[in-house]
Design a protein around this ligand. Structure first.
Ligand code: NAD
Length: 265
């Protein structure tokens, strides 16, 4: 399967290119970078620290979608929306890892999924997707006497908060409780906030160093606390999941899929 990588010079772009090169059944179709960026014209594999393969980074994503069976996108929201439109137009599968999307961005992606297969997940690791399922289950079992707080830490370069994964865990907890996350999410606390509201799902964000991604879901009651934690120590886990998702897309009907679908959870 020919797989294209948009944003091939990003932190995740490098991991994705390497993973495609190392995966049986996957062929690197090419890579793009943003217009005017320093990576343009450079060998895509060399950018990822590998032996050159004679495929060079270009700015025109349209060409890449023409020669790819699936494209993997870990870029930025505006770019991802444009890529989703291209995927729909060309009937090419798209795997989206980009986070920090607005509701309007998401609506565009959902529209594109009517015409092609799109796998989207805020976190492509097997462990986190298992954690989301466990969070849903524990939230359904424990009830509102257990306050739910989600704490995440990422590297100093991350631009969105709370992380897409923290929000996905919050979504899992809300589903478990049968509530709408938007009605109970408490994402910012500063100053005289008053006491915690029963049923809220709280978020706390830490940023620093080179942390790949730590997430803890706490269920805190009087007298005891349960904590579910996942720590990613290498971005390779996300790249592995994304390439697995791209291969899984072969012959799939148009639609929006998530990693639980890909992993068969
Ligand atoms: P990064 O800034 O290192 O990489 C993004 C790359 O995309 C950059 O090289 C940038 O130049 C490129 N880009 C931007 N606009 C483009 C365009 N129009 N065309 C082509 N390339 C373009 O960021 P990163 O750490 O690799 O993360 C990227 C995204 O992936 C973020 O939203 C992050 O939160 C998300 N992420 C998701 C997962 C997951 O498992 N779903 C894991 C890690 C990161």
């Amino acid at each position: 399967m020919k797989i294209g990588i948009v944003g091939c010079d990003g932190r995740m772009g490098h991991m994705l290119v390497a993973e495609v090169l190392d995966t049986e059944g996957a062929v690197l179709a090419g890579g793009t970078e943003r217009d005017g960026g320093p990576a343009l014209g450079k060998d895509v594999a060399a950018l990822a620290g590998r032996e050159p393969v004679g495929v060079h980074a270009v700015a025109d994503a349209s060409d890449l979608f023409t020669v790819s069976d699936a494209v993997i996108d870990f870029t930025a929201p505006a770019a991802t929306v444009a890529h989703a439109r291209l995927a729909a137009e060309k009937g090419v599968a798209l795997v989206i890892g980009t986070t920090g999307l607005s509701d309007a961005d998401q609506a565009e992606i959902d529209k594109a999924a009517e015409r092609t297969a799109i796998v989207q997940a805020a976190n492509m690791s097997v462990g986190v997707n298992l954690l989301i399922g466990l969070t849903r289950q524990v939230a359904a079992t424990l009830g509102e006497d257990y306050d739910i707080e989600i704490v995440e830490m990422h590297h100093r370069h991350k631009v969105d908060a709370p992380s897409g994964t923290a929000l996905a865990l919050g979504q899992g907890a809300a589903e478990g409780r049968g509530v709408n996350l938007n009605d109970v999410a408490d994402k910012v606390r500063d100053g005289h906030t008053g006491a915690r509201k029963k049923g809220d799902i709280g978020f706390a964000t830490l940023r620093g160093g080179d942390v790949v991604g730590d997430h803890t879901v706490m269920f805190a009651a009087d007298g005891e606390r349960i904590e579910l934690t996942h720590k990613a120590s290498s971005r390779a886990v996300f790249a592995r999941g994304a390439v697995r998702a791209a291969l899984w897309c072969k012959d799939k009907e148009p639609g929006k899929y998530n990693m639980a679908d890909v992993l068969g959870f």
